[in-house]
Design a protein around this ligand. Sequence first.
Ligand code: UDP
Length: 413
Amino acid sequence: MASLPDYEPLIGLSGVEELRELAKRLVGQRIVMVNSTRTGGGVAEILNRMVPLLGELGLAVRWEVIQGSVPFYRVTKAFHNALHGRPETITPEMFDLFLDVGRHNANRLVLDDDIVFIHDPQPITLVEQRHHHSTSRWIWRCHLDVSHPHQAVWKFLEPFIRQFDAAVYSSSAFAQRMVMRQLLVAPSIDPLSDKNRELSPPEVDAMVQKLGVPQDRPIVTQVSRFDVLKDPLGVLEAFRRVRRSVKCRLVLAGGPATDDPEGEEVLSRVREQANGDPEIHLLMLPPNSDLEINALQRASAVIVQKSLKEGFGLTVSEALWKARPVVASAVGGIPLQVKHRYSGLLVHSVEGAAHAIKQLLNNREYAKRLGENGREHVRQHFLLTRHLRDYLLMFLALGHSGDLIYLNGHRSR
Ligand code: UDP
């Protein structure tokens, strides 16, 4: 695993020193991250890299995962969809189960750290135990687009959210009118992880061959959990339209997340629609298939992210970092990453996606330029080191009574 000095070629010695300088003021601070899964999805992806690096910077950081049953995760998935604005039927029993599992986890987790970081709604009720440890600062890190939430779910969560010291969102468009502090911190990718590090062309070829995807024609890929909101059926339809005029293959690569019980159902619907088509490759990858995903992204002529709703959409930055041309829906945090016709193409429909994919397959020079611009955009805004810096500053600010914090060697009061 990469350590801090390894990031020097990317952000310079001064960038690494700045992180150390900020962290010095926090040495020994105890921080706990709490979420609902260790594998699958963007939150786990970030925590897997963020936690060790915060530790290397001298913070006493740990990562706890709540325990839940499949019925609980069905409830939280319904909440997730509802918060993204999708119509869902939410019953009183679902709220009761959510609270029950919350109580169970409150009994097993002691959260007395200086900073308690709760990710997304699943563990949100844990905030009720904050009065046991009055010096802790509690942060709700919301990774979802809650700009148009299902009102019943939002109203249910609101009394919990209000108990936090701050809520952190990925985009200003997601924030809600609330009494407490709201902060914006965009997510990030780790350029040195197996998912994103450089791979040589022979390494890419060997891996893609191992996955059974021939490279005899351009590959169009979407990497995502098999989730209705990632619209795999829409990608399939767009691909079929593209293939009428341009030869290509489609890869839909996804894997399970322990907190998402819908994956199997969605995959079987996609499998039915694909109907054994030899140019459509459905890959159900086990957890930690980072090198496989890295190679697939690098081998692709176009990367698609045709989400109907999205939190941030880490897969977009992952593709752009590899200088791949991206076609992605203009939802959630994707427009932060893709500037239309500069670092990719934003689309709003299956027809739009098909048109954009064709355009990129037919004009390789244009596609290359978009990919290169995308890589630079990610380098400037969405690397893990920027994310670490934002969090360190936030921890300092939250431990403070509102005075200014100076970064050049001294701080006020
Ligand atoms: N991912 C993975 N294996 C898969 C599918 C996705 O490792 O089979 C990773 C993907 O590379 C990305 C993360 O899971 O790092 C998904 O994050 P994103 O923000 O795109 O979507 P989320 O799943 O959190 O909605």
